[in-house]
Design a protein around this ligand. Structure first.
Ligand code: IPM
Ligand code: MG
Length: 370
């Protein structure tokens, strides 16, 4: 039986509660004999800062490097608003992405039929929506140097962030997008701002070339990132795969997520390159939502995005596509049966907390798995 080593990093806020529900699902798969998951846990974000004065320790990074997959909860909260910039909770997540080389961030935006009315967009615009945003995750303006605030001679301050992209960085993310499109709707929109940014000019050039030489069978459209933002609320179903840089991907993926009804629903996968010798790739799975400090610790959080993130780990790190499908079906089934956490509550539905939602998904999973 296949064995996988998982590192669980629940982090802060609701990440702690939602990870408990993932552990119940992992236990189920272990007991049912479908695979052996060995789990370890560690601290990240504010929790790591409180214990060790850093957003993630070298020891935790070492575990992450060795794991088959990292399952991440969420980081941050008002408690750490004033900690030094270098050790703020988000720095833990950024270090994981950078040091593990997780350049490809897959953010599906799927509208579950049961939730089409929860979207701020009209039902007909979002019903059946299924988009995959492929965000470049280790380059661009979030990481490049110089990145600083300097004081000028006249006493004024000047802040600098730097956006750099190289051919190879764009090539590998474009290939990831074309590969995914082939398994879906076979269409890629590449979003950049070549009208004002040199990185946008190169982005467009390289994506065009990768398309020509690597994926002429896939339909490619170039779109300006601002137009993409507009089209996502005008007619989101025109999209299949959207590939874009780190900054635009951060923004567009939140927008696409909200179109589906709730940020609380959506998982993501961050993948590194495939190692030529082992055939494995580093990977981290996390919900798109944040730590939601306002409801943390109250048992109210929606665990679906974190559970679905584990589902993505089954698919992309464990080659357990059938089990990943089961997890997705269990979530859809529970929603169709009327279970709702507060963030997606609708009249006439059954409002439940984190543990009840997790339990309902587990029961459904047991039924489906037979
Ligand atoms: C995300 C988040 C992160 C990002 C933060 C927490 C650093 O917004 O994963 O989208 O900006 O990438
Ligand atoms: Mg974001």
């Amino acid at each position: 039986m296949a064995t996988f080593n998982l590192l669980l990093l629940p982090g802060d806020g609701i990440g702690v509660e939602t990870m408990v529900e993932v552990e119940r699902i992992i236990d189920f798969f272990n007991r049912s004999g479908r695979a052996t998951f060995n789990t370890q846990s560690d601290l990240v974000g504010g929790a790591a800062y409180d214990a060790h004065g850093v957003a993630i320790t070298d020891a935790a990074m070492d575990k992450a490097q060795k794991a088959d997959a990292v399952i991440f909860g969420s980081v941050g909260g008002p408690k750490w608003a004033d900690v030094p910039y270098a050790v703020r909770p988000e720095a833990g997540l950024l270090r994981l992405r950078k040091d593990l080389g997780l350049f490809a961030n897959l953010r599906p935006a799927i509208c579950y039929p049961a939730l089409a009315d929860a979207s701020s967009l009209k039902r007909e615009l979002v019903e059946g929506l299924d988009i995959m945003i492929v965000r470049e995750l280790t380059g661009g303006v979030y990481f490049c140097e110089p990145k600083e605030i300097v004081t000028l001679e006249n006493g004024e301050k000047r802040a600098i962030d730097t956006q750099i992209y190289t051919t190879s960085e764009i090539e590998r993310i474009a290939k990831a997008a074309f590969d995914l499109a082939r398994k879906r709707g076979n269409k890629v929109h590449s979003a950049e701002k070549h009208n004002v940014m040199r990185t946008g000019v190169l982005w467009k050039e390289v994506v065009t070339e990768v398309h020509r030489s690597y994926a002429p069978d896939v339909q490619l459209e170039h779109i300006l990132a601002d137009n993409c933002a507009m089209q996502l609320v005008r007619n989101p179903k025109q999209f299949d795969v959207i590939v874009t840089d780190n900054l635009f991907g951060d923004v567009l993926s939140d927008e696409a997520a909200m179109a589906t009804g709730s940020l609380g629903m959506l998982p993501s996968a961050s993948l590194g390159a495939v190692d030529a010798t082992t055939g494995k790739r580093k990977a981290l799975y996390e919900p798109v939502h944040g730590s939601a400090p306002d409801i943390a610790g109250k048992g109210l959080a929606n665990p679906i995005a974190t559970i679905a993130s584990f589902g993505m780990a089954l698919r992309y790190s464990c080659d357990m596509g059938a089990e990943a499908d089961l997890v997705d079906q269990a979530i859809a089934g529970v929603l169709a049966a009327g279970y709702r956490t507060g963030d997606i509550m609708q009249s006439g539905m059954k409002q439940v907390g984190t543990a009840e939602m997790g339990g309902a998904i587990l029961d459904e999973l047991k039924k489906l798995a037979g």
